[in-house]
Design a protein around this ligand. Structure first.
Ligand SMILES: [Zn+2]
Ligand SMILES: [Zn+2]
Length: 73
């Protein structure tokens, strides 16, 4: 299986990164679940009320102030 030509996609919404919505890799997960949009991560954090990845248990490299700015905007 050759996955080398597959574009990186967001683990939440399954779309690619764009200049407007770049993909982040805020935890230590690898492969198809490595990337997430900042927006999707914020939504997920809001929904789950967790500050770490439930798969790798890595605390997201994402400052609470950025979350707050996004949540309040
Ligand atoms: Zn997304
Ligand atoms: Zn992870």
């Amino acid at each position: 299986m050759d996955t080398a030509e597959e574009a990186d996609i967001c683990r939440v919404c399954r779309s690619e990164g764009t200049p407007d919505k770049p993909l982040y890799h805020p935890c230590v997960c690898t492969g198809s679940i490595k990337f997430i949009h900042q927006e999707c991560l914020v939504q997920w954090l809001k929904h789950s009320r967790k500050e770490y990845c439930e798969l790798c248990k890595h605390r997201f490299a994402f400052t609470p102030s950025i979350c707050l700015i996004v949540l309040l905007s």
